[in-house]
Design a protein around this ligand. Sequence first.
Ligand code: ADP
Length: 773
Amino acid sequence: MLMASKHEQCGPRKASYTGLTDHDTLKINVSGTKYAVVSTVAKELGLATVHADTNECDVYWIDGAISLEKFLEMKHYQKVNHFPGMGEISRKDSLGRNMQRMRKENPSEYSFVPQTWVLPGDYNGVSSYMRELKRKRRNRTFIIKPHNGSMGNGISLARSIEDIPRDQNVVVQEYIDKPLLLDGFKLDLRVYVLITSCNPLRIFVYKDGLVRLSTQHYTAPTDENIQEQFIHLTNYSINKHSDSFDASEGYDKGSKRTIKYFNGWLALNGYNVSEMWAKIYDILIKTLIVAHPHLVHSYSACRPGRSVEEKCQCFEVLGFDILLDKDLKPWLIEVNRSPSFGTDAPLDLVIKRGVVKDALNIINLSTADRKRSIVAHKVASRRRLLVTPSKSRYDFLGEQEEADYEIKKKKEEVKERLLTIRRQKALKDHENECMGDYVRVYPTTDWSRARIYEGLLETAAKICLVGRSQPGSRSRRRSFFSSLQTLKEHELMDLLSQYEYQEQHGPDSPPRLSYIRPATSHYQPLSVADSHSPMDTMYAVMAARVAEEEQVQRMMMSLNDTKPSYPLKTQDEVHRVLEEINADLLTHRPNIASFWMVSLDSTKRKQLLVPLKDLIKRLLQSHWRTTNLDSVKLFHVLNRLFSYLLSRGGKGLWSVFVPLHKSWEADFRDKSEVLSMTEIVCCRKVVELCQSTLIAGYYYHHLHRPKRQSKSTSCKRIPTSSRRPSSIPKCPSLPVVIPHPSYSIKQRPYSQTRITSNRPPPTRFRQTDLRFP
Ligand code: ADP
């Protein structure tokens, strides 16, 4: 029998919910689903099924999307099989738009979606693309789909611009016209993907799935055959109406087969099956990365005051449609948030039963959640009272009490973080034990892929946050809380003991906490000698790490706020220049390379970056409130970064412009000591600023230098496409400067520039920061 105490620790450790007492019975509400397989599986697992539309249940299984109202109504221990916000990838128009944005930022990582236009807005884009193809005498086919269509409804193929509807809500997509064929038929894969949490993102893929075949032999699209749905579409809902639909029950024949069979067929025919799956997993992860910020945003909006890291109330089984071309390159066709769980054929039943059963096992339903939810609710209210006292409450506190209060507050947050870590660990153990036929694909164990995904998550968050307000008032709390995220469980335990010690002996009791550098780094601890025992020293080091991380985060905020600028130019002008060059970077790249690595010698290269370097130094001094930065780790890291960028005749910075197999980051990080995520983000921002500096320098000193100077140098000719707009005046003098908006830098020679602070260093937090480990 499943004991509540076991649940409390790490959830049920068996693949069924049977054996619960009446009082403990878990209930699933199936009134929102038409699929019988859900109830069947639930009963097999020992869940009681509720058919009425009541909220007396532990989990809801519904076919459509969940409305925000419904989610808001749900109790904190209840779960539902959808995430609010998933429409961002499951609607064809949203998927198209989101993919366009991500592709713009990361063209090479997002080349798995056929080129897509969302009409009517993108009509001009698709028509000029088609005209260009016509001019080059290239025959291409396009597929037109309704914005929110499904089951092949309303889909048509087009081969000329006249067939593209100008004013309709459709997406137009390049048609993959050389698909992989099985027995002469076009096919696509239905891959079942389970998401158990949005922050952190946890993704599983079911090992089996469906292969759906068209019912007429495939021939490349022509004006004559583009109407033939049974050739070009692989939807079961379309092909089941074909006379040629083969309902054979054997796994190796018929118009519907299993992925397991298909893998065998591929292997027999000499294809590299594991490589294909690695690519498919990569597509699934990258697609969910696009959805990630929307999921986190919607989830937090519906559950204000609750950490998204708490046991997630949502899970979702998505059906990804993947098309393979003749070279076995997988293409993402669409994401179904309500994949069919119909079981027309025995093969459907076997697969879909497994998909539902293993999903219900992984999500770790437990009656203890109900009880825990009530307790957690009380704890949260208590914590809210402690953590966010009203201003007036502070007014009544004396200095000493206020300090005590701060410690209590921090202690609560450390406890909260510890709880989260333990919960996550227990959850992972449970998932590993109950995965059944699912495999975990994210978080990935491949370190180099993980780094790429981290970067993409950041980009997706940036894109999603454009135009959204940033959290401000709770930044200080966030700041402390985020810094805790870098600590391991045993480190948090130590910190907790330290706060407890301080609570008993007063906030000023030894050991002194502040400004001690990590023992692991080569920086000298400033006041370890003041500590009273090895344990005290350890606590002090922990607290210092938290303090250090907070400072690095503030620096990161400042760098994020920093905009490229130039002496005697407005920021808008410089912004326009950067946009102009970036828009045609491929043309400019050889000239930038020649400017940076040939026209400039090592002194001039250094000179170009000096103002930026100085500015960063001043920011560091201001954040660390000292002019002596010797003991500041980030200062040394950034110094090393500048040296790296200038190294090998400027090749370090140049590598940023070139999409290399091994990025500058991997290269720099290989040579550097271990960096925290926040330090890495600072480095990335500095590299970005250096890149902008180089582009601005190239523009003002290479493309648009006065004639008298150009005679004496070996500068290249100016491409006509990139001539400076007349609004941007000429400026012959190096160097470029990038001031921080928080500081007014007087326009005078750099040796004399001075910072006057307008406001304290910003402590604003962006949503992206929430996911730092
Ligand atoms: P629906 O949601 O209506 O099923 P899909 O986008 O899944 O719409 O498209 C239906 C079918 O059309 C797919 O199963 C696939 O066979 C075919 N298809 C869709 N997009 C493409 C494409 N870009 N290239 C080739 N075939 C496609």
